[in-house]
Structure formats: C-alpha cells, structure tokens
Design a protein around this ligand. Structure first.
Ligand SMILES: [Zn+2]
Length: 388
C-alpha cells in the first residue's frame, strides 16, 4: 500500500519535548499561582473550582500558552499520515452518516491537543470517513478532521432535541434595548496572561492581604484560557454597549498586562463609572457542573454595604438576561464579601461567571461565535434593564 506521508514527525517530536521541558520548568510558578488563586476567590464554590482548575493546569504540562500552542498545532498537524485512499494510518475505512451529540471540536489530528479546525454544532449530521476505537475521522464544511467518539452517535437525534439543542446556535438580536445616554460602564476582563502573587489589601483599611491578580481557569475541551475568553467577550461587549449609547472604559485590552484587582476597581472609580462589570468564567471538579452565576457584595460587607442592593439588582439584571439569550443554566446571584475587585469599588459592581470552562458543553458553546453574540447581547440587555 502506497503511503502518502504529508508531514514528517521528527521535528515535531523535538518541539514537543522542548515544550514539555519548558512547561515542567514553569510548574513552580503555577503552584504559587494556585495558592494565590485560593486567596483570590471567595465563595466556596468558586474557591473549590479555581483550586481544582489550577491543579489541572499543573498536571497538564503539555498545554502551553496561546502563542506556543500555535507552533505546536502547526507542527502536530503535519504528523497525520494518510494512505492512498485518504484514510489515516491505524484507522478503518467507513462510509456512513453520524451525528455529534454536543458542540464538538473538529481537530486536525487524533489527539486532544491538536489544532481545532472548526466547531461542529450539536446534532449536526456528518459523513464518517474512517474511525478508530477513540476517534472518528469525519467530513464537515468541506474539511476533514477528527472528532472524539465520545460525542458521536449513529442514531439520528429526534427533531425536538435538534431544535432545542444548545448546539444549534442562532443569533438572538437585541431586544430593542439602547437605554444608554452616556452612563459610564467599566468592563473588567478577568485575569491576565500571568498572575501576580504580590499581596494587596482585600479592602480599604483591611489587614487581610490577597494576591494582586491570579491566573484563572481554562477550558478543558477547547484549551482556551479564562483570560482569553474574558477579553474576547469584554471587547465585543464594549462595542455593543457603545452602540447602545453607553460610555465604556476597559480595565485592559491585551493579555500582557499587570493590573491588580484593587487597581481595576480604582480605575473604575477614577473614570466615574456608574457600574462595573467584571467578566469571569468558572471551573469545577466535576465536568458536569455547568451554568452561569453572578456575585455581588452583601448588605453586611465591611466596605461597600451601601452598594449591596444596587449591586445585587445589577447582578440579577445581567444574569437573567444573559441566561435568557444564551440558554445557559441560571445558577443565581451569590453574595461575596472577600473579592478585592468588589471591595474597592465605589459604584454598583457585579462579577459575571459566564459558564463552566470545565464543562464540555459550556466550554465549547462559549467559543462559538454565534453563541458569543448571544452572550454579549444578553449582558447588554441586562445593562439596559438595570438602567430602565
Ligand atoms: Zn476568574
């Protein structure tokens, strides 16, 4: 059998080995980051979550940062060997129709670290060209790639499921909002590419010290980092709110910054913000945990008790509209008095946890551009509701 070797493997191995070494060398920092993360987070839920996620980061030494990953992806994609019939080495040829059971990544190679070529929406019919026990090699949108067999079925989903499935994302357009007439909104895209374990007071006059800023969680299915997702959404939200008549300020517009949670709040104070929206995403031990939630200071907060009622109302407005436009599960509003970025604010403030990056469906949805549109519309609708 004539084999068409489209790419070579040895260069790739070298790159991988080098990266594993580099990542392993960075683990010490991650441990520090983990401790800081524990200090940064406040609700038990969030604390447990981010702790877990950090542990996952520590063990997944092959998951490099964005820039490095690009190199890896290109190199790894060159490792696929097809036979004369276009069947990947080690795969059996098939020729049937299958459906994906959730929004799933179409990958360039049969491993979970390889390049994501596309995201196939839930319940989509695809042609299966070949398979192995763990991967299906399928044709979608004119390209061929690999999908994990965990999310492939030969049974056609019924129509009802198809229509209601979160995977069939259609854009929900603005519900006629546009209440903006110059109100100042600060959007804080949570985290940054590197955490900073140096300490800062948890609130004005507080002797409790917490890490300036932590590294955040990451998508266990998509590999996207929380600091990337939060900025992606924050920037789209900036455009949307500006279009709706608000005056928008961003605490950051790139990943390579070092701005503490206290400094983010002080920035919001300095521009005279009417509200501050802090964008984050969640992680948990269990991959089944899913949905969005929002955090606000309680009425007994030592620093911003007078902002509690408005912050809770802001949180409810945003969370409810967000869940309405996305279909994301609504996990409710929780109060927290240990968030540095809340305690230093002098205007109503909310932390929106967009969804669980450790849940395959939430994680994949949140990387879908149509879904992101709905996320942004929902948050903006919530801002409109708040100012109504
Ligand atoms: Zn976060």
């Amino acid at each position: 059998m004539k084999k068409r070797r489209i790419r070579t493997g040895s260069a790739i191995l070298c790159v991988l080995l080098l990266m594993i070494t580099l990542c392993a060398a960075g683990c010490g920092n991650d441990n520090t980051k983990k401790q800081n993360q524990n200090q940064e987070t406040s609700t038990q839920m969030t604390e447990q979550i981010e702790n877990t996620t950090q542990e996952a980061e520590n063990t997944e030494v092959t998951e490099p940062p964005e820039e490095t990953q690009q190199t890896e992806q290109t190199e790894q994609a060159e490792g696929v060997v097809l036979d004369a019939n276009g069947i990947p080495q080690g795969f059996s040829a098939t020729d049937d129709t299958v459906w994906v059971t959730t929004n799933v990544n179409l990958r360039g190679e049969n491993n979970a670290e390889s390049e994501i070529l596309d995201i196939i929406p839930k319940s989509t019919e695809v042609k299966r060209v070949a398979d192995s026990p763990e991967w299906a090699y399928v044709e979608y949108n004119g390209s061929r790639g690999f999908v994990t067999m965990d999310y492939v079925t030969t049974e056609e989903p019924d129509q009802g499921q198809n229509a209601a499935g979160a995977g069939n994302v259609t854009r929900v357009y603005s519900s006629g909002g546009g209440n903006g007439h110059g109100q100042v909104v600060v959007i804080d895209a949570g985290h940054q590419s590197q955490g900073d374990s140096a300490q800062e007071p948890n609130g004005p006059g507080s002797s409790t010290m917490k890490a300036r800023v932590t590294g955040g969680t990451h998508g266990t299915t998509t590999g996207v980092y929380e600091y990337q997702l939060t900025l992606t959404i924050a920037q789209q939200l900036q455009t949307e709110l500006t279009n709706r008549g608000y005056t928008v300020y961003m605490t950051r517009t790139s990943h390579d910054v070092n701005i503490s949670n206290k400094e983010r709040a002080e920035y919001a104070n300095s521009v005279g913000a009417d509200i501050c929206i802090r964008i984050h995403a969640n992680g948990a031990d269990s991959s089944s945990a899913n949905g969005a939630l929002a955090l606000a200071p309680s009425a007994s907060n030592p620093y911003v008790a007078d902002l509690s009622a408005d912050s809770i109302r802001l949180s409810q407005c945003i969370l409810n509209d967000y869940c309405n436009t996305t279909g994301m599960k609504n996990c409710g509003v929780t109060t927290s008095d240990t968030m540095t970025g809340i305690n230093w604010c002098n205007m109503p403030v909310t932390i929106l946890e967009l969804g669980y990056m450790t849940n395959p469906s939430d994680d994949t949805n949140m990387e879908n551009s149509d879904y992101q549109w709905n996320m942004v519309q929902g948050i903006a609708n919530g801002v409109d509701s708040y100012f109504q």
